[in-house]
Design a protein around this ligand. Structure first.
Ligand code: GTP
Ligand code: MG
Length: 192
């Protein structure tokens, strides 16, 4: 689906963003929710974006160029309790600065854990997304850990808690590849 994929760079501040005209689709969500894993799944590369069992793996904004057409952007996670306040503030600033000011940004894949209720931060993020003029889709991930009926119950609950239509919630799994087609279609439509 996506053929030529290349890691471009890691940015710790906006000065370090790549200077290009490519539209960008960013992956956002709580720490350890599975943002980097979902990017790897979508791009069909196991180790492109770094993942780890320790939350807080992605500490900078990582840009991946796809088919010389667009970029997928791996953001650090928010809401991880066990990092020093200073580091937390730095990540929050990094994420907000990107979301508010990056002109290349076209859309967001907002990721939540299919097993849990969305956090306060997830709800804040969703409210912001709805107010901003950005296309987004919600990926409820790690759903390989739920059976079919649990998946449907959780999908409905997540949509209700986030105040969105159920049809923009996609059940995904980075390990099983669920949701790949739907996310790919979302990205392709977004880019026209
Ligand atoms: P930060 O960069 O720390 O914010 O984390 P992240 O959101 O990028 O999560 P990451 O992709 O690093 O995954 C965190 C952990 O969840 C890893 O141990 C992954 O193997 C696991 N994981 C991610 N996606 C899935 C999934 O769909 N199913 C299962 N079973 N595990 C997953
Ligand atoms: Mg990550």
């Amino acid at each position: 689906m996506f053929d030529d994929v290349e890691f471009i760079k890691s940015a710790h501040e906006s000065d370090q963003y790549p200077r290009h005209m490519f539209p960008e689709v960013a992956f956002s969500g709580r720490s350890n929710v599975g943002k980097s894993s979902l990017i790897n799944m979508l791009l069909g590369r196991k180790k492109l974006a770094r993942i780890s069992s320790t939350p807080g793996r992605t500490r900078s904004i990582n840009f991946f160029r796809v088919d010389d057409r667009f970029c997928l952007v791996d953001l650090p996670g928010y809401g991880y309790a066990r990092v020093p306040e200073e580091e937390k503030d730095r990540w929050a600033f990094l994420i907000e600065d990107y979301l508010h000011h990056r002109r290349n940004l076209r859309g967001i894949v907002q990721i939540v854990d299919a097993r849990h209720e969305p956090s306060e931060d997830d709800i804040l993020m969703m409210d912001w997304l709805m107010a901003a003029d950005l296309d987004f889709i919600v990926a409820a991930t790690k759903c390989d850990k739920l059976n079919r009926s649990q998946q449907n119950i959780q999908k409905e609950m997540i949509a209700r808690e986030l105040g969105i239509d159920e049809c923009i919630v996609v059940l995904t799994s980075a390990t099983e590849g669920y949701g790949k087609k739907r996310l790919t279609t979302f990205i392709k439509e977004l880019l026209g």
